[in-house]
Ligand binder design. Sequence first.
Ligand code: AHR
Length: 499
Amino acid sequence: RTAALTVDPAFRIAPADRRLFGSFVEHMGRCVYGGVYEPGHPAADELGLRADVLELTRELGVSTVRYPGGNFVSGYRWEDGVGPVGDRPRRLDLAWKTIETNAFGLNEFMIWARTAGVEPMMAVNLGTRGVQEACDLLEYANHPGGTRLSDLRRKHGVEDPYGIRLWCLGNELDGPWQVGHKTAAEYGRLAAETARAMKLIDPEVSLVACGSSNRGMPTFASWEATVLEHTYEHVDYISAHTYYDPSDGDVDSILASAVDMDLFIDQVVATADHVGARLRQTRKLKISFDEWNVWYQARLQADLDRRGWVEAPALIEDDFTAVDAVVVGDLLITLLKHADRVGVACQAQLANVIAPIRTRNGGPAWRQSIFHPFALTARYARGTVLRTEPAGPEYDTKRHGSAPAISSTAVYDEETGELAVFAVNRGADELALDLDLRSLPAAAGSEHHTIAAGADPGAINTPDEPNRVVPRELDRPAVDGGRCTVRLPGRSWNLLRFT
Ligand code: AHR
């Protein structure tokens, strides 16, 4: 079986924005407590930040981290998490049936973000709260001083304002599970008023209005249309969230998940542009794909029902397989392919909770299978994303119908002349991929890294066997007269580098 792909630097989509390699730290399960923060852990600093997790975060290449939720933010009082730790209240977190100690809050997160070298993306509570509390948080975080809340920040030891640029106007308020769930019109009005007030405090902020929690929501598209009718002129992004569930064991379908993500992006763009046209707007909005991943969803509700109120329970600590790594690589390809309209993307979440990084309390931290395609994409997708139109066979899936066996994108760095081609073979059979690189005369193959799920699709990484699913290097691609053929193993994610 063969497929063909032409790479031409003339076919530019957009720069590969670093913000596409975002992640997400929510007060959920052991993402914060026992994940990024664990006082007393041998690797923790005096504040309780785990150095091993920080090191893996840097290795992962994460650019932007969304915080503090998620469903959690819809009941959160940000002021509970600042000031002397001993004075902070213990609260019920209704989203995850958890006791929140508030030992970790905004200022701890900002120290963590600075140490990790990531840009913060903050969410305000528009579930149980409104305009005033969002303004209060922004004043505390970004106003230089001389007011009650900015001076409170200074009293808390943070002299300079944080200057946080990216803000989410709530989370998944289209979802009936959300504390403070709203209709599109209710949310649209609230988001617009909050946005207007926040921009009065700090005109430099970029704001994200909540889109749908996934493409299957009954209100999908009409939600975006109504919300944007209210908010279009005040916001910069509309969000999208999606999780793909492999629980039914249908490997062919889960491997084609990116077909759905691709359609989701196209449909949100179409909806946003339609509203923009009706409102006579010339500025185009971008998508903030601020939650995406693979997630074995079946287990969550039973877990919540089974137990009482506890601190930092282990929640949705999915073990990701080799197949899941291929899917994650393909979702990243899809985000890059839409780099002209997707401006931010956050894999959910960073540590323990459906995460590339796992930890044990008091114990080791390790890389899950999905860590690797993320890290290599973040490292090598530098420069301009180029349009590639792969031609190849299709294969049948139950969930997505007939799907292309190959998906791909290419990122070209004009300054260094380096080209990275990312390609997934979703089919079970090996594919011979013919690459036409004649528009890049100097291209010479340098590396072919692959994660192939064919031989051991269910393989996972554990602390005892941390390297069962890692990228393997295959033969160096041989370029002859600008042409090159590489073998993509069945069910594999691939990075081909040309210098
Ligand atoms: O990432 C886990 C949860 O999934 C988030 O809290 C929520 O926004 C989504 O439903």
